[in-house]
Write a protein that binds this ligand. Structure first.
Ligand SMILES: [Zn+2]
Length: 117
C-alpha cells in the first residue's frame, strides 16, 4: 500500500472535518428519538412495543454514530506523520480505504484480523 501524498492528507483531513460536523448534526437531529417511552401514555400494547423497539434501534444507531465520531476526533488530533498509518502494524492504510472511512486507524489486514476474533 502506498503512503499518502501531502495533498491526500490535506484532502482526507477536510473529509474528516466534514464528517465530524455531519455526525454531530445527526446526533442532534436524532436526540428526540431516544427519549424514554412514556409508559403512562394511553397507547395500545402493540404500539408501545413498537415504540420501544424503535427506540432500541435509534439508540443502537446513535451508539454507532457516537463511536464513529470518537474515531473521527481521534484521527483529527493525529499529526500528519501518524495519520494514515495502521495503529497495529504501522503499515500505510492506503488512500482508497481512508477515502471511504477517513477515520480508519487500522489497515485492512489488521481490521479483518480484529473482526475475526
Ligand atoms: Zn495493520
Amino acid at each position: 500500500m502506498d503512503e499518502l501524498t501531502p495533498a491526500q492528507v490535506v484532502e482526507l483531513r477536510e473529509d474528516l472535518r466534514a464528517l465530524e460536523v455531519e455526525l454531530q448534526e445527526s446526533l442532534v437531529a436524532t436526540a428526540d428519538g431516544v427519549k424514554p417511552v412514556d409508559l403512562d401514555e394511553p397507547i395500545g400494547r402493540l404500539s408501545r412495543m413498537e415504540a420501544m423497539q424503535q427506540q432500541k434501534m435509534s439508540e443502537a444507531n446513535r451508539a454507532r454514530t457516537q463511536s464513529r465520531l470518537r474515531g473521527v476526533k481521534r484521527a483529527l488530533v493525529m499529526t500528519d506523520e501518524d495519520y494514515g498509518f495502521c495503529r497495529t502494524c504501522d503499515d500505510p492504510i492506503g488512500y482508497r480505504r481512508l477515502k471511504a472511512r477517513p477515520e480508519s486507524a487500522l489497515c485492512i489486514g489488521c481490521q479483518s484480523e480484529l473482526e475475526k476474533r
